[in-house]
Design a protein around this ligand. Structure first.
Ligand code: GLY
Ligand code: MN
Ligand code: MN
Length: 260
């Protein structure tokens, strides 16, 4: 475990992280503008890899994850020979390293041109949670506090749309909202102080905001809908800055998908 002090990144590190996130964002945006129906998850991953070869990226930060349809509900879906079909969602979790610093971005979007009604409902619940966590990020906050906020918003959205009952919540959101990021995609810095209180955020810290919902083994129209939205944020003196930059509003995504 690295020292707490290494959570605060210097200017050079932040600059490298910005470039890493910039390159990864471009790869995500490109993948979102291409036709994917009929391709396999592996073929889509290969397409992205061919563009990656033309960038300044040093390496991948982690093996790219691509899941379509029911496989969006697998948190870490390695790309397979599954063919991507019209009406399905595609979830890509992908990030490169630049000058030794990692990026980590996830986007979920329709294989065709538009989200279905149910996909859009779930997507908007996740997007609201992600944006509210980003809004609440500032020095003095903690990742524990932000995770509690994320859970509250996801649960409220699901209950409001009568998607699940309260006791099913941990099954549909089984991971944390955030992790530190730096030279490693999961930067090995402490989350708690020696007295077991949560580490408070300070300017210069970098972490991910990645709420998700994974709905499976259901008999209704919400079955096989998995959505995660993940960005990298930098804590600033009075809030935070999102340093990854890929479309995430429903209308922005549908505009990009309209070209495919
Ligand atoms: N790419 C792994 C994660 O999001 O933590
Ligand atoms: Mn992550
Ligand atoms: Mn990720």
């Amino acid at each position: 475990m690295r020292q707490k002090s290494s959570l605060i990144k210097d200017k050079e590190a932040v600059k490298a992280m910005r470039t890493a996130c910039g390159i990864s964002s471009q790869l995500h945006t490109l993948s979102m503008t291409g036709a994917v129906v009929g391709l396999t998850e592996k073929e889509l991953a290969q397409k992205i890899s061919r563009v990656y070869e033309t960038t300044e990226a040093g390496s991948w930060a982690y093996p790219m994850l691509v899941g379509a349809g029911s496989r969006t509900t697998i948190i870490h879906a390695q790309p397979t020979q599954k063919k991507i079909k019209e009406g399905e969602l595609v979830l890509i979790d992908m990030g490169i390293k630049y000058k030794g610093f990692a990026s980590d971005i996830t986007r979920t979007w329709p294989a065709g041109k538009k989200f279905t009604k149910e996909q859009k409902t779930i997507y908007e619940i996740v997007l609201t949670a992600q944006k509210e966590v980003i809004k609440a990020t500032r020095p003095g906050e903690t990742l524990t506090g932000l995770h509690a906020l994320s859970k509250e918003i996801l649960l409220e959205g699901l209950l409001c749309h009568k998607v699940i009952s309260k006791d099913e919540f941990s099954e549909v959101f089984p991971h944390k909202t955030s992790h530190w990021i730096g030279r490693l995609v999961h930067d090995a810095c402490p989350y708690f102080n020696e007295d077991e209180t949560a580490v408070k955020l300070e300017a210069g810290m970098l972490f991910t905001v990645e709420p998700g919902l994974y709905l499976k083994n259901r008999k209704d129209k919400y079955n096989n809908i998995g959505v995660r939205i993940e960005d990298v944020v930098l804590v600033t003196e009075d809030g935070c800055e999102v340093i990854s930059s890929v479309a995430k509003e429903v209308d922005e995504i549908e505009e990009l998908r309209a070209y495919c």
